[in-house]
Structures are given as structure tokens and as C-alpha cells.
Design a protein around this ligand. Structure first.
Ligand SMILES: [Zn+2]
Length: 509
């Protein structure tokens, strides 16, 4: 920073006008390098300034596990044409026990529902309005997870409308993204969220018990929550109220995040520590070694900030909670399942979920169709974390790679024996994988191997430098295979499309 300013002064003595221009750029970028973190931090500020806002007034009744929400979504038409309708995802309806695409697969039901099958759903309880005028709505699928709002007046390109929706959510008794178990309430993917408009159409998708069926833009959030019971409340974003104190109300704001979540419990204990500028808050109940978990979280933020790009948010909530799978990522908040009892595995889940703050969060992607990008990169980031932090001894990279390869070969043998073929392709719709294991092997395992092998071929440093530029260039937008390949080709100094095609199509081992 200082170096650039000195150069600027020298230039000023020669051509004053150029210096003024340079100084303006430096001021705009906070006085740091305009090609590195400076541009990226500028992108964060711009994203926070330009993102649409979702504001919610939430009233939670623990007595009957219902959530009544008045939501206003400030939606700007950036589709390139006039809009007469806006599509939202209403994921909360997937928890209806009649759903064709439920969050929990048949084989996981006994584990996920502690007291037997339980129903969850969302009811719209007032007229949907656009700028105060009532509009019509209809669900576009049987499961009612895709909502079409018909606008009372067309919304012109570049114009902003306020869409008001009031709804009540009944929570299922389930250890999942949205639901309650005992005294802990998971509020993830609960609110109606505008679908992405891309290639001339709304990118809508059925829910899935495979992976994370989401594809969301960045939003700002302003949320007020009130409850009938004092809870310790973990949340995306920041609030003025004390983190570790039980409360009946909280006002939360979050800037430029992909997905907003809250987890509340009467039983949480909290440990906090700074990682760079961010406050990492660890909420736990059962963890016998919370200091170690908090340290792994703090070190993850540090490592990925240094390797890829700075963590841009003021806080990160790491939450131990009842959850069917290992963990789940939200904007500035992650779930870590309290069912992961093995300490080394628990630590690895913390690292993986925090890596998603970069791969899903800062750089978004269509998780319904290219899950290998965020899952492959989150798995590869675990390898990066353990390689750069040798004091953590629980991860054996060589053994991990061997296990991944062996699992793929073993699965291939079994499947080939049954129906004679095994589809190893990675870019598939999440509902097109034949089994949950096939999904995991294609996206996590083969995704990890794709990036790990590249780190061996091109070098660990070159790959990470390419991922850093991929992150900075696509921050607060979406990362695609094309711009990933482009960034890595530049850093690795070689053509990579054939390499990627081999892996993604399933042709390469
Ligand atoms: Zn993941």
C-alpha cells in the first residue's frame, strides 16, 4: 500500500494528471493493491450496496413450533426484459410428509425423525402484495416448493419492487436444515427466496434428499425475531444484542450473503475468538473439547483467507446442532452435526463447512447441477488446510486419497456387477444420481481427486493461486466450470479443458 502511494507521488512530479487518476483509484479501493484484495474488497462493498434486501419480522412460538413471518423482498429486475411474474423457492414445503422430493430419503427416516415421521409445511396467510397492491400466486409443482407470484403490474428492467409475503411455517420434528429436536431449533432455508433468472428462464428446482438443492443470489438481510421462550440465538450476520445471553428478541443484519440461517437453543454454551477481523462464535451443547473446535474454526478462516481471499464478513457462527448429515453451510453460519462423535471427523467437518464460505458462499454455484464445484473444492480445501497447518495431525492425505480411489473402484465393481454399467459423470442434476452414495462419490470424492491430481500435476502453489483468482474474480457472483478452467489455465500455464472434460464426463479415472 505504502509502496504504491510512493510511486504515485513520483509520477505526480512528472505527469500530475495521471497521479490524480491513480490516487482516485487508490482511494476508491481503500488504498490497497487494485488487482488483488483491493478489487475484491471493493466487490464486497459493491455487492452489499447493490444486493436486493430481504427483511423479515419473525415470531416463533415454541409452544407449537410455528414461525409466523412477515417478509418483504426488495426485488430488482435484472433479467433484461419486463417481468410479469417472479418465481420463489419455498423450500419449507419439502418437509410435508406427502412430498415427492422430501429432504430425507427413505433409508434415513429412522435416524432423522427422533419421534417418528413428522410433518412440516408453509402456509401463505395473507395476500401477496407488490408495492402495496395485491397480486395472485400459484405453486408450480406438486410439492409446493416452487411459487409463482403474478405481479399486479409489470416490473420494468432495472426497476425495483417490494414483494410482501406473510406466512406461517409449522416445523417438523426432524434433525434437518429446518426443524426442531428437543430444545434446539434449526431455521435453515425457511423463507421464500427469489429464484435465479438465467439464460432467459427461471432456474427452479425440486428439492432433493441428495446434496444441497440450492442456487441462490446474494442478498442483504434485516431480520427481527421474537420468541415466546428465551433462547441463545446463533445466526448469520451481526446483532447488537449479546451473543451468549438467552433472549426473547433479536435484531439481525447481514450484508451480501448467499443464504440466511438461525439456530436457537435453550442449551447452547458459547465460546468466541477473533480470526483476523471476524469474530468466530462457537455454539455447542455436547462437545467435550470446545476449545479445540473453536481453534479449528478460527484456523480455517485464517488459512482460507490467506490462501483464497479474505473472509469478508464480521462474524461466523459455528453451530453444533442435531443434523442428519455431517454439516451444512449457510452465509456466515455453519451447522456441525452433533451426531459426529469421532473427534477427528468432527474437526474435518468444521474445516469442510467453513471452506464452503468460499465455495458456495463468496463464490456461488448452481448446487443442483454442478455440486462437484462446491463439494469438490470444499474437500480439496480440507487437504489445503491440513497441509498448511501441520500441527493438526488427524488427517492423513495419502490415506485419504487411497480411500477415495478404493471406494470408487469398490462401488464401480458392485454397480457394474448388478446392471453392467456405472455412470461416473459429475455434472448431473442432483435428482439424477441413482443412490446417495453415487452422488457422494461423483461430487465429493471425484471432485476432490480432480483438484488434488491437478495440484500434483501443476503444483500446489499454482493451483491455489488459480483458485484465489477464481474466488476474487467471481466473488458475490457465480462460479462456473468455464471461469474455473479459465482461472486455473492462467495460473497453471497450460490448457485444462480436456483435463476437466475427462473428469466431469466420467471418462478419467
Ligand atoms: Zn459440503
Amino acid at each position: 500500500m505504502a509502496k504504491k502511494q510512493k510511486i504515485c507521488i513520483v509520477v505526480a512530479s512528472v505527469i500530475a494528471i495521471i497521479c490524480i487518476a491513480l490516487m482516485s483509484v487508490l482511494l476508491l479501493t481503500g488504498g490497497v493493491s487494485i488487482t488483488g484484495d483491493g478489487m475484491y474488497l471493493k466487490a464486497f462493498k459493491a455487492a452489499a450496496k447493490n444486493a436486493d434486501e430481504i427483511s423479515m419480522e419473525i415470531n416463533y412460538k415454541n409452544a407449537d413450533h410455528t414461525l409466523t413471518v412477515s417478509q418483504t423482498t426488495e426485488y430488482t429486475n435484472r433479467t433484461g426484459g419486463e417481468l410479469t411474474e417472479i418465481f420463489f423457492h419455498t423450500y419449507a414445503n419439502a418437509y410435508n410428509i406427502e412430498s415427492d422430493f422430501p429432504p430425507v430419503s427413505l433409508s434415513d427416516q429412522a435416524t432423522a425423525y427422533p419421534n417418528g415421521l413428522s410433518d412440516g409445511y408453509l402456509n401463505i396467510i395473507d395476500q401477496i402484495k407488490m408495492d402495496g397492491t395485491a397480486g395472485m400466486f400459484q405453486y408450480e409443482n406438486k410439492d409446493k416448493t416452487i411459487l409463482k407470484v403474478l405481479l399486479p403490474t409489470p416490473l420494468k428492467e432495472g426497476k425495483t419492487a417490494e414483494i410482501y409475503i406473510k406466512y406461517r411455517i409449522t416445523l417438523a420434528n426432524v434433525a434437518h436444515r429446518l426443524g426442531f429436536v428437543g430444545n434446539t431449533i434449526n431455521l435453515g432455508s425457511f423463507y421464500p427466496v427469489p429464484a435465479v433468472f438465467e439464460n432467459g428462464e427461471w432456474q427452479v428446482h425440486e428439492y432433493s434428499s441428495n446434496g444441497d438443492p440450492f442456487y441462490n443470489e446474494i442478498f442483504n438481510f434485516d431480520v427481527e425475531i421474537e420468541t415466546d421462550t428465551p433462547f441463545i440465538i446463533a445466526h448469520s450476520g451481526t446483532s447488537e444484542e449479546k451473543t451468549a445471553e438467552a433472549t426473547r428478541e433479536k435484531h439481525i443484519t447481514a450484508s451480501a450473503i448467499r443464504d440466511f440461517a438461525i439456530v436457537m437453543s435453550t442449551d447452547f454454551k458459547v465460546l468466541s475468538a477473533k480470526s483476523g477481523d471476524a469474530m468466530v462464535n462457537y455454539f455447542y451443547i455436547l462437545d467435550k473439547n470446545p476449545e479445540a473446535s473453536l481453534k479449528a474454526a478460527v484456523d480455517s478462516v485464517k488459512t482460507f483467507s490467506k490462501t483464497f481471499c479474505a473472509y469478508p464478513y464480521a462474524s461466523l457462527a459455528v453451530v453444533e446442532t442435531p443434523f442428519l448429515h455431517g454439516g451444512m453451510e449457510y452465509g456466515a453460519l455453519v451447522y456441525i452435526s452433533n451426531a459426529v462423535s469421532e473427534p477427528a471427523e468432527y474437526e474435518r467437518v468444521i474445516v469442510h463447512e467453513i471452506a464452503h464460505q468460499w465455495w458456495f458462499g463468496i463464490v456461488g454455484n448452481d448446487q443442483t447441477r454442478t455440486a462437484w464445484i462446491d463439494e469438490g473444492l470444499a474437500e480439496y480445501s480440507c487437504f489445503v488446510f491440513y497441509k498448511l497447518n501441520p500441527e493438526y495431525k488427524s488427517y492423513d492425505a495419502k490415506k485419504t486419497i487411497e480411500n477415495l480411489q478404493n471406494n470408487i473402484v469398490a462401488y464401480q465393481k458392485i454397480v457394474s456387477g448388478v446392471n453392467g454399467e456405472f455412470d461416473r459423470s459429475m455434472s448431473r442434476d442432483i435428482n439424477e444420481f441413482n443412490t446417495p452414495l453415487e452422488y457422494v462419490l461423483a461430487t465429493y470424492s471425484r471432485g476432490m481427486l480432480l483438484f488434488y491430481n491437478l495440484s500434483e500435476i501443476a503444483s500446489f502453489e499454482k493451483l491455489n493461486s488459480g483458485l484465489s483468482s477464481f474466488a476474487k474474480t467471481n466473488a458475490f457472483k457465480f462460479g462456473t466450470r468455464e471461469n474455473l478452467v479459465k482461472a486455473l489455465e492462467k495460473s497453471c500455464g497450460t490448457k485444462l479443458e480436456t483435463y476437466f472434460e475427462g473428469w466431469v464426463s466420467g471418462a478419467s479415472a
